[in-house]
Write a protein that binds this ligand. Structure first.
Ligand SMILES: [Zn+2]
Length: 353
């Protein structure tokens, strides 16, 4: 960053109010908590002390999306009790609050947490309890996005949308389609998205991560997504990119995750800067704090260093995160007013000689 040289960049980025709109619960456990929960359950781990487990859980760069997703077997092994789910949700929100995240949307597929007998209702209730406790203790506003999974097929997605709609008001604000993108087009899940939208839920959709622009087009034109998870490969279709900019569809950008899955060869080569220049709304997110060994602040630092974005541009991205929050209008406007006031103070302090 070159426009605010008087403050340490990392401190400035930590203090910048941020929203994380793309964060998976089962990819965002503390290493210490994963170790403790697995030891209690006797479940398998790839390593048995904190430093080695941290290394083992960080997915290597340039693997495939499928290989990246396979690491979730470890975390899902411990996320099968209400106590574990509440604890992990609380700690995720607490860690986010500590690094300047004011608004967090946590996503997960409840069906994956029912192996030991919990119902999907139990799962959402436990996560909501953890997030509500974090909100009381830290002030962070945290909400839930229910994920359907591409590989489970359209009937399961419609069931997930019905489930999410029943929990609207229990911190559930949105619906998402996640899972293996290659070979599982979003378009067949359109009935689930329609049900979710008609029930008052906002919709996002993972797309353009493992597949090309056509996948993004289906997510927008057929499924009606207001936000796209990743959209990394949208850069391959200039006309569609212009349309995304015109229609104000927001891309949830996860730089480190994209480097790991090979969606982009490097931080430097990521299309984020091109999206910013073309007027595509973007927000920086973590995806999976554990597997990517990252934070929202670290993602902003990568954007600053590799994409040469200025502090003003990073502030605009942070503001976009609040603009596209899946909150009721009155709450979103209140968050934006709070953001604007805080950034004005931050900028004034940062530019003092
Ligand atoms: Zn994701």
């Amino acid at each position: 960053m070159t426009d605010l040289p008087s403050m340490d960049d990392s401190d400035l980025l930590r203090r910048l109010p941020k929203a994380d709109l793309h964060c998976h619960l089962d990819g965002s456990l503390r290493v210490e908590t994963l170790l403790e929960l697995a030891q209690g359950l006797g479940s398998w781990l790839p390593a048995h002390d904190v430093p080695a487990l941290r290394t083992a859980m960080r997915v290597p760069d340039a693997c495939t999306l499928e290989a990246y997703l396979s690491s979730f077997a470890v975390t899902l092994g411990v996320l099968q009790t209400a106590d574990a789910l509440e604890r992990v949700a609380f700690e995720l929100a607490e860690d986010s609050a500590r690094e300047g995240v004011w608004y967090l949307e946590v996503r997960f597929a409840p069906i994956l947490n029912t192996r030991l007998g919990l119902s999907s209702d139990d799962v959402v209730d436990a996560v909501a309890r953890g997030l509500a406790r974090a909100e009381r203790q830290t002030g962070i506003v945290a909400r839930i996005i229910v994920c359907a999974l591409r590989q489970l097929g359209p009937d399961a997605s419609l069931e997930a949308a019905r489930f999410a709609a029943r929990h609207r008001g229990d911190l559930v604000v949105g619906f998402d389609l996640a899972g293996a993108e290659a070979g599982h087009p979003a378009g067949v899940h359109a009935p689930a998205f329609r049900y979710a939208r008609e029930s008052g839920l906002a919709c996002t959709c993972h797309a353009g991560e493992a597949e090309g622009p056509e996948s993004v087009r289906q997510a927008i034109d057929i499924c009606g997504a207001a936000r796209i998870g990743h959209g990394t490969r949208l850069i391959g279709d200039a006309a569609l990119m212009a349309s995304v900019a015109d229609r104000r569809i927001c891309l949830e950008i996860c730089l480190t995750s994209n480097v790991q899955t090979g969606a982009t060869p490097s931080y430097h080569a990521h299309p984020l800067g091109a999206y910013v220049r073309e007027g595509v709304p973007t927000v920086l997110c973590t995806d999976n704090r554990l597997m990517s060994d990252t934070t929202v602040t670290a993602e902003y630092a990568h954007a600053a260093a590799a994409q040469r974005l200025s502090f003003g541009e990073l502030c605009a991205i942070a503001r976009t995160g609040f603009e596209y929050a899946f909150l009721p209008d009155s709450e979103r406007h209140a968050e934006l007013a709070r953001f604007d006031a805080a950034v004005a103070l931050l900028a004034a302090g940062a530019t003092r000689p």
